[in-house]
Design a protein around this ligand. Structure first.
Ligand SMILES: *Cc1c(COP(=O)(O)O)cnc(C)c1O
Length: 399
């Protein structure tokens, strides 16, 4: 029996049985629907992309996986070379893992051990944002501030290892002034906080964060598992403000296979580079650098460049703004749009009860959560398909 994610199994309605998928379309036996959330924001090129599928086939004909402990191979080397050149500045050192949560764990471990290696053992604390989401494993839940995990606060009380602040410059300045001696890092989802409710904040916060982190020797970590690969309308937010450690996941493989990467800059890498084996990074997921994942990720990045996705995303944003212009409803608290993300926050989550079925009947797959009705479409979506998604959202309020 399958235990489904984020679900009360007792009251869960049957999930849709998917039998095929192509482009933006998901197929059931009777029906088809546009995937308006790109399978948890990962399937940026749509389903069954011929280039990506061919890359997996070709690699599977050689080998699907070999461990990265003591062995290496061309797909992982090519992907790491590509990322080294493609990512900004000296974000050059790629540590692969099998999921975003693990890649964030690795980033946090790196930040902590960096300071232990440097002899600053008092720097054990993490600064992070209210409403942050960084994954489902224990340390990522601890640095996160997701309402769904507040049962942990009940069970264990607030963590003594993490300080949470809102993404406001005054709060940041205060926290750094008070705690900088104990902090090893500040971790953020830059510009767009995803699972915490598609909350958006200004780049000035990140610019100030970079200055203060430099001034007080705190490492800056960007969790771009959700925001990376164009979602905010920037290729990476790291192109605007450079972190010391960058985490990528979700869209890394175009949604074909779970894989993620933690990318360190020169300074962080040098904190581990030594004759002393105790200073090595002690981590190694079984499936890190999986050959199928690396082969498809490399092709996914090549497509991203060749097909000029940044202008496609710009077009999605423009069309979304145009379609949402003038739309208001007393039940809608706020409409937020950034790049390839649109979110309608409603005043009461009950307003969204029944939306998934309503959308299904109109040929759209959607999965609202809490007070948030959102879309993060595949970038290959046509304007007509995008308008269908947005009209379905609006139509819910004019029944
Ligand atoms: C989804 C997500 C993660 C976790 O990634 P998984 O692959 O689901 O473990 C971490 N950080 C952010 C910002 C995410 O959106």
């Amino acid at each position: 029996m399958i235990w489904y994610p984020y679900q009360q199994m007792k009251t869960m309605k049957d999930p849709f049985q998917i039998t095929d998928a192509n482009g933006v379309w998901l197929y059931t036996d009777q029906h088809r629907m546009i995937d308006s959330i790109s399978s948890w924001w990962s399937v940026i090129h749509g389903y069954k992309h011929p280039v990506l599928t061919a890359a997996i086939h070709a690699q599977a004909d050689r080998f699907s996986h070999v461990m990265l402990g003591g062995l290496t191979h061309e797909p992982v080397q090519q992907l790491s070379d590509k990322l080294e050149h493609w990512l900004p500045g000296d974000l050059n050192y790629c540590f692969f893992s099998d999921s975003g949560s693990v890649a964030v764990e690795v980033a946090l471990k790196m930040a902590l051990q960096y300071y232990v290696n440097c002899g600053e053992i008092q720097r054990t604390k993490v600064l992070s944002l209210t409403h942050a989401y960084h994954g489902d494993t224990f340390k990522t839940m601890e640095v996160g501030d997701d309402e769904d995990y507040h049962f942990i606060l009940e069970a264990c009380g607030p963590s003594p290892h993490v300080f949470h602040i809102p993404p406001e410059i005054s709060a940041l300045e205060k926290a750094i002034r008070l705690f900088h001696k104990e902090l090893n890092c500040l971790i953020v989802e830059p510009l767009l906080q995803g699972a915490g409710g598609m909350r958006m904040y200004d780049i000035s916060f990140l610019k100030r964060a970079r200055e203060l982190c430099d001034q007080y020797g705190v490492l800056l970590i960007f969790d771009e598992v959700a925001t990376g690969f164009g979602r905010t309308g920037n290729r990476f937010v790291a192109d605007l403000v450079q972190p010391d450690i960058l985490v990528l996941g979700k869209a890394l493989t175009g949604g074909y296979i779970g894989h993620a990467v933690t990318v360190a800059n020169q300074k962080v890498y040098e904190g581990f580079y030594d004759e002393n084996p105790d200073k090595a990074l002690m981590h190694g997921p079984t499936f890190m650098g999986n050959a199928l994942a690396c082969a498809v990720a490399l092709k996914s990045i090549e497509l991203f460049e060749q097909e000029d996705y940044m202008s496609k995303i710009c077009h999605i944003e423009t069309a979304t703004r145009r379609e949402m212009e003038g739309f208001t409803d007393p039940r809608v608290k706020e409409i937020r749009i950034m790049g390839g993300c649109v979110c309608l926050e409603v005043c009461d989550s009950k307003v969204l009860d029944g939306y998934q079925q309503f959308a299904y009947e109109r040929g759209v797959f959607s999965r609202p959560f809490l007070n948030y009705l959102y879309a993060m479409v595949p970038y290959i979506i046509t304007e007509e398909e995008l308008v269908t998604v947005l009209n379905t959202m609006k139509a819910w309020f004019s029944r």
